[in-house]
Ligand binder design. Structure first.
Ligand SMILES: [Mn+2]
Length: 362
């Protein structure tokens, strides 16, 4: 049987890294990607989809979004969906919402709940809000089954846990074959060993939403045959990626150079990505960087670009030693005060710009 492990989709998230219009578009795209996952499942004979928590970004998401997602799930029949809530959606109100026949939720009782699937596979889970330190003791799994356990939280190697943490030692030797985790948004490409029998992994989020979620995102496709995990593949259906790049503009003499350096730093980035470009280095004092222009020009190639200018000017003090102009006097004056080099170069940059009559953005 083929099973998809996904989670942390955070539907309905505000995505404050993006400007409001792009955030709305991106929100719609994530719903689209979930739709793609569901039709992939239906079209590829997937038996079950595991949603390891945080399907929704908050308990207060609009009812119409919940209804839309549940109708997408319903139309993916005969695929079965198993959904545990996470720390973001553990209070999601389901009253008045029709739960599709093929969606299995874990909140019918406060303890563990198990569902037997064909081919000797059992899916067991507990809703985020009911997971307590005592839950570990009551987990009972039959040794002859292929046991998948779904949990949401940060896996730690200690028995004692804090908020939203999972005690891995308390999950060992419990007959778990595959621990399908949610909460950490980075996919565990190579599943980790849980104990002599089982493995565990995070599926990561389905789509990157901000610059703390850079790189490939997707879901895991498990193929379980004869009670064994036969293959496990990462499948990316994400519409776009969040990328952070750095460009060193130390050697630039003009705006044109800055733009060329930026473009070469972005050469491997696919069009349509969400990009954060960090400018670094120490450049000549009269370099025109024109960040608004650069942002405008690069915006045409990417879904969203944010430029963070961490570059500073390079000052050759000897050059200003005998300079009788205002510039020379200013540089010498700033050189006299005690401050960090970082601070000094920031003051010099702003001051020299002001003296040159350029626009200053503070
Ligand atoms: Mn979470």
């Amino acid at each position: 049987m083929k099973i998809i492990h996904t989670g942390d989709i955070h539907l309905g998230a505000a995505m404050r890294t993006l400007p409001p219009d792009k955030a709305r578009l991106r929100g719609a795209e994530i719903v689209d990607t979930f739709r793609v996952l569901c039709s992939y499942a239906r079209g590829n004979g997937i038996g079950a989809v595991l949603i390891a928590g945080d399907l929704f970004d908050e308990n207060g998401v609009h009812k119409s979004l919940v209804a839309e997602i549940f109708s997408i799930i319903s139309s993916a029949q005969p695929v079965c969906f198993f959904y545990i809530t996470g720390n973001h959606d553990d209070g999601l109100a389901l009253d008045g919402v029709v739960i599709p026949q093929n969606l299995y939720v874990f909140s019918k009782n406060r303890g563990w709940q198990s569902y037997d699937l064909p081919e000797g596979i059992t899916v067991t889970g507990i809703d985020g809000k009911y997971l307590t330190p005592d839950s570990y003791f009551s987990l009972r799994l039959r040794t002859e089954r292929f046991n998948i356990v779904m949990l949401h939280g940060e896996a730690v190697g200690t028995e004692r846990t804090g908020k939203d943490q999972l005690a891995l030692p308390r999950l060992q030797n419990k007959n778990i074959d595959y621990l399908a985790l949610g909460h950490i948004h980075i996919p565990t490409m190579q599943a980790e060993r849980l104990d002599g029998r089982g493995k565990y992994r995070y599926c990561g989020c389905l789509e990157g939403r901000g610059f703390d979620e850079c790189g490939k995102r997707g879901f895991f496709l498990l193929d379980i045959r004869g009670g064994q995990l036969y293959t496990e593949n990462f499948v990316s259906i994400a519409k776009r990626e969040a990328v952070v790049c750095t460009a060193d503009i130390s050697a630039c003499n003009s705006y044109y150079d800055v733009e060329r350096t930026a473009l070469s730093a972005l050469s491997g980035v696919s069009a349509g990505s969400m990009v954060k470009l960090v400018l670094r280095g120490r450049h000549r004092a009269d370099l025109r960087k024109d960040i608004p222009m650069l942002t405008g020009r690069l915006s045409q190639s990417y879904f969203f670009i944010k430029i963070v200018d961490e570059s500073r000017i390079f000052i050759d003090y000897a050059q200003y030693k005998n300079d009788l102009s205002e510039r020379g006097e200013f540089v010498r004056e700033v050189g006299r005060y005690e401050m960090s080099e970082e601070e000094r170069s920031e003051i010099l940059e702003v001051g020299l710009k002001a003296l040159a009559g350029e626009e200053i953005d503070l």
